[in-house]
Design a protein around this ligand. Structure first.
Ligand SMILES: [Zn+2]
Ligand SMILES: [Zn+2]
Length: 194
């Protein structure tokens, strides 16, 4: 019957349009979703192609294989990690005893570990390992303390030989732990002029 045929044809066209739109939407969705997860243009096209060729099974495969995080999620996570790291770095601790110390301290008041040294020229506090002052660019290794002392001794004749003060007593617990290596790494603070 012609009426039935027309109805069937209409239904078929309608169904075909629905399927086509759905297919295009899936491909577009896969492309956009991949673009949110990867900056790689080739990967974006590949994701869209997999869905375009394999259709609904392709969509399932894509969802299974896609990167776990979107780019914005990954960015947020990296920000969080950085903030956490900064929080740890902002609270310096004594390498000798683990107590909280302040940035402007030259020595740990708890275990006498040397923390920083003043610049020979501008007195800014420097890390012990630095040989150059970042503030005034003075070389910290040029004048050894002994050389400096002998130069001064040449100008002014001392009435008695210079006896350096003995270093402050070391905490017994420190020695008992046998941490000789650490002791060398972080020399005891000696209140001696350079
Ligand atoms: Zn300490
Ligand atoms: Zn300096």
């Amino acid at each position: 019957m012609p009426i039935d045929n027309n109805l069937l044809l209409t239904l078929a066209v309608y169904g075909g349009v629905i399927v086509a739109v759905f297919w295009v939407a899936m491909v577009l969705w896969a492309y956009r979703d991949m673009r949110a997860r990867s900056r790689d243009g080739l990967a974006q096209i590949f994701a869209a192609a997999v869905v375009a060729v394999l259709n609904i099974p392709g969509l399932f495969i894509y969802i299974l294989m896609r990167p776990r995080e979107t780019l914005s999620e990954a960015y947020e996570r990296s920000l969080e990690e950085e903030a956490l790291l900064q929080e740890i770095e902002e609270k310096p601790t004594c390498p000798g005893c683990g107590h909280r110390v302040k940035d402007e301290w030259q020595a740990c008041p708890f275990c006498h570990t040397r923390l920083k040294k003043p610049c020979r020229h501008c007195q800014s506090l420097l890390e012990l390992s630095w040989n150059l002052c970042p503030y005034c660019a003075t070389d910290q290794s040029r004048y050894e303390p002994s050389e400096n002392a002998s130069r001064r001794a040449g100008h002014v004749q001392p009435t008695h030989s210079y006896q350096p003060e003995p270093p402050p007593s070391i905490d017994d617990k420190w020695l008992a732990s046998g941490n000789q290596q650490n002791q060398q790494d972080y020399p005891q603070y000696v209140d001696d002029e350079y």
